[in-house]
Design a protein around this ligand. Structure first.
Ligand SMILES: [Ca+2]
Ligand SMILES: [Ca+2]
Length: 433
């Protein structure tokens, strides 16, 4: 156990270091600010957008927010073609007010990826809703398992984990035994900035063989020629790819990137159902939605100079959270509103082994991309039913930290070894982001 005095040394050193690096400028991060009601804190356009860009942002916003309707033969509309099978009818149905979704235990829409590869009968993801005359693939049942965590000081926090299963499977019940990876819709602020982090910056941050011996390695995910950075496993390299895939898998909307409806093998009624055009969303509109999602501003920090927040930030660095949740990343972009600079996204955009407690059962199931922490202090204000971590299991920031294992076990244990006041300071810092 490290003595308190030693801790405060670390805090002082970290304070000095963070003051110096701040002088070096997180200027880009500080520009991305918005003064709006907390419940709409994630919905502001980047202040640097030009007039035409803002117009495009507004078109994207409409298509992101308004629900799609099922196609009707003989009637045409610009927003029909929902399904035949789907999970939600609008992007905003999951990314609530551009924030996180409702947690599975709060009745949220459930994104359930099959981890053993695509199933011939069900594809890569289970769609639990469908238009008239088409069977949904199944229904989700959500159970919650409790795992108490005991701090060294004796206090106890009950950690809860959702266990999601598929019932009433429509195309063979092998799916009821299959394992799936439940994925929470993340908040989507600052994604244009994350897209502007050069591949080389991400790769340079990795230490796959842990040469510096801090127990943290991290690895970049290659997606074709690019380095992936979007999604909980960094499986997508661009916002456009993620958007087009969401249209197909989550809503059943075809686009120039995915022209064929999602109706695997035996799903005849799905294939016979009317479509809403070929494709159902045009390339222009798809690009406008991707632009909207790229240009949502990161909210301004509320009180970064409060003593508790400053002390929490120093502790965050001292106990090793910043080794993955990196406080500064370079960006470089030809978009005027981004340019060259540094952002404070609190991620390295690498995947890390987070231990068996967070693993989803697939190949490399324990690996997850370091979640960006900017804006995290406003998640609850934007959607009180949201949950933290990839499957929304954590109801509080404290629970989210306590689930950290694997490469993050050292940091988790150092957090747990702090006294209650210092733990509260770390949380106060997170709540200010
Ligand atoms: Ca469709
Ligand atoms: Ca499916």
């Amino acid at each position: 156990m490290i003595s308190r005095r030693w801790w405060w040394w670390l805090v002082v050193v970290a304070l000095v270091v963070s003051a110096c690096s701040r002088a070096g400028g997180y200027q880009r991060a500080d520009v991305r600010t918005a003064h709006v009601a907390a419940s709409h804190a994630f919905s502001t356009p980047d202040p640097g957008l030009s007039g035409p860009e803002l117009a495009r942002f507004r078109i994207g916003d409409r298509f992101f927010t308004e629900p799609w309707t099922p196609a009707v033969v003989g009637r045409d509309s610009e927003r029909d073609g929902l399904g035949p099978t789907y999970v939600a009818s609008a992007c905003a149905g999951c990314h609530v007010r551009d924030g996180k979704a409702n947690a599975p235990s709060a009745g949220g829409p459930i994104v359930y990826r099959l981890v053993d590869g695509p199933s011939p009968a069900y594809g890569v993801q289970i769609q639990d809703r469908a238009v008239d005359d088409v069977p949904a693939e199944g229904r989700f049942e959500v159970d919650v398992v409790d795992e108490p965590f005991r701090y060294p000081d004796g206090s106890i926090v009950v950690l809860r984990r959702p266990v999601v299963t598929v019932s009433s499977a429509a195309f063979g019940d092998e799916i009821e035994e299959a394992s799936g990876s439940v994925r929470m819709a993340p908040a989507i602020v600052g994604l244009g900035l994350l897209a502007a982090v050069p591949d080389a910056v991400i790769v340079d941050g990795a230490d796959p063989d842990d040469r510096d011996g801090d127990g943290i390695s991290g690895r970049p995910i290659r997606v074709g020629e690019r380095v992936g950075r979007f999604g909980w496993k960094a499986e997508k390299a661009t916002v456009l790819d993620q958007t087009a895939e969401a249209y197909l898998r989550d809503m059943g909307i075809t686009s120039p990137l995915h022209r064929v409806e999602n109706c695997p093998g035996p799903q005849e009624a799905c294939r016979r159902a009317p479509g809403g055009g070929d494709p159902e969303i045009s390339g222009d509109r798809l690009a406008a939605v991707a632009f909207y999602v790229s240009a949502l501003a990161v909210p301004e920090r509320r009180d970064p100079a409060a003593p508790e927040v400053i002390a929490g930030e120093a502790l965050f660095d001292a106990i090793g959270c910043g080794a993955c949740h990196r406080p500064a990343l370079e960006v470089s972009s030809e978009r005027d509103w981004i340019g060259d600079g540094r952002i404070a996204a609190y991620t390295d955009l690498l995947v890390h082994d987070m231990g068996p407690g967070l693993a989803d059962g697939g190949t490399d199931g324990a690996e997850w991309r370091t979640a960006p922490l900017w804006g995290i202090g406003l998640v609850e204000a934007v959607n009180p039913y949201a949950g933290y971590l990839h499957d929304g299991r954590a109801a509080t920031l404290e629970e989210a930290i306590l689930w950290h294992g694997g490469e993050a076990l050292g940091a988790r244990d150092r957090f747990a070894a702090l006294d209650a006041e210092d733990r509260a300071r770390v949380i106060a810092f997170l709540r200010d982001l």
